[in-house]
Design a protein around this ligand. Structure first.
Ligand code: NAD
Ligand code: TDX
Length: 336
């Protein structure tokens, strides 16, 4: 049976991706390799952790020995999610972003290359293209112009991937997706942070004038896009993935307030994020045409479902707020 390596499978998108593969019952063994940083949570895959075709290994993608050990188990394809992913953290300290996103990707590529994998999907982001004005869309041809240490580290990793394709004919494909939302997103990102604050009647911090625009995609649509790329994406190609749902942060905040029945008085305008990108918007027609993929979720329905999920899973949010989720690994697997 083919063995797929998923890096960062205990994070938000990686765990949703593994769940999708197992639900589809694809004939693949899955190896989940994750360092369990603050953003990694084994409880994201709690219902699936004993699945006979899923194995978990705790490790660092920047550790060549650990990575080689995983590849030597017969990995044939890779989906690479592992990253430091939060822009605000990269502004406070860019070190972990360079280490994991840049060096980690290089180490993974070298090991994957020496183990002759047949496909390597590098999961990147629309943020590598920089910021848009009031009109226009990012296409795969848009020049890279990252503005935050986070997006710069992702752009650097994209360029390293590109160079391996060009120099070594390495079979890598890059995806660049817009802002994801859905279940199991760590409550430091806008939507889960605001839901969890509002549930406790705490204010929500809106950066700047609240008119920055993001294109929101349900994580399930993103994961289906990645699966389509894994199966049909052409080596060396880049595929944009987006949700066709542009909203200002204030529109989104008002929608969350309404959905939870909370008053506008909980809105707090706070100091803007330094270097805050104004607008992201994605043209994903290439993926639609070449892969037959399309985002399915209507944003308002997806947002309602997401609010419902957080309301139905208070213990998940609470374990993060109290830090208990960091201890879950020890009870399941003993000390590392
Ligand atoms: P996340 O922060 O929720 O999860 C990241 C995972 O990577 C965690 O499980 C963490 O433990 C793991 N990890 C971090 N450093 C590691 C290391 N050195 N070795 C092994 N594992 C490590 O991130 P996410 O939101 O799920 O994003 C996943 C990927 O998708 C990232 O590459 C991100 O850049 C990209 N992306 C995210 C979004 C979004 O809206 N969240 C949009 C487009 C692209
Ligand atoms: O408290 C907040 N208040 C606020 O106004 C937070 C956390 C965010 N914001 C704003 C900043 C952005 O304009 O909301 C918007 C969304 O912010 P984030 O959730 O931090 O996402 P963003 O910075 O857009 O980046 C996300 O999308 C692309 C992911 O975190 C990245 O990993 C992904 O690559």
């Amino acid at each position: 049976m083919e063995k797929i390596l998923v890096t960062g499978g205990c994070g938000f998108i990686g765990s949703n991706f593994i769940r999708l593969l197992l639900q589809k019952d694809l004939p693949w063994d899955i190896v989940n390799f994750d360092l369990l940083t603050y953003a990694g949570n084994l409880a994201n895959l709690k219902d699936w952790q004993n699945h006979p075709r899923l194995k978990f290994f705790k490790g660092d993608i920047a550790d060549r020995q650990a990575v080689d050990q995983v590849f030597s188990q017969g990995i044939t394809r890779v989906v690479h999610f592992a990253a430091e992913s939060h822009v605000d953290r990269s502004i406070l300290d860019s070190g972990p972003f360079i280490r994991t996103n840049v060096v980690g990707t290089q180490v993974l590529l070298d090991s994957a290359r020496s183990h002759k994998v047949t496909k390597f999907v590098h999961v990147s982001t629309d943020e590598v293209y920089g910021s848009l004005g009031d009109s226009g869309f990012f296409t795969e041809e848009t020049p890279l112009a990252p503005n935050s240490p986070y997006s710069a580290s992702k752009a650097a990793s994209d360029l390293i991937v590109r160079s391996y394709v060009h120099t070594f004919h390495f079979p890598a494909v890059i995806t660049r997706c817009s802002n994801n939302y859905g279940p199991y997103q760590f409550p430091e990102k806008l939507i889960p942070l605001f839901i969890s604050n509002l549930c406790r009647n705490e204010p929500v911090p809106v950066y700047g004038d609240g008119l920055n625009v993001r294109d929101w995609i349900h994580v399930e649509d993103h994961c289906k896009g990645i699966l389509a790329v894994l199966e049909k994406g052409q080596p060396g190609e880049v595929y944009n993935l987006g949700g066709k749902s542009e909203r200002t942060n204030m529109e989104l905040t008002k929608a969350l307030l309404q959905s939870l029945g909370k008053p506008d008085s909980l809105i707090r305008y706070v100091k803007d994020r330094p270097g805050h990108d104004r607008r992201y918007a994605i043209d994903c027609s290439k993926a639609e045409k070449e892969l037959g993929w399309q985002p399915q979720w209507v944003f308002e329905n997806g947002l309602q479902e997401t609010v419902r999920w957080y309301l139905d899973n208070p213990e998940w949010v609470n374990s993060i707020r109290t830090g208990d989720y960091l201890r879950y690994y020890q009870t399941q697997y003993g000390n590392s």
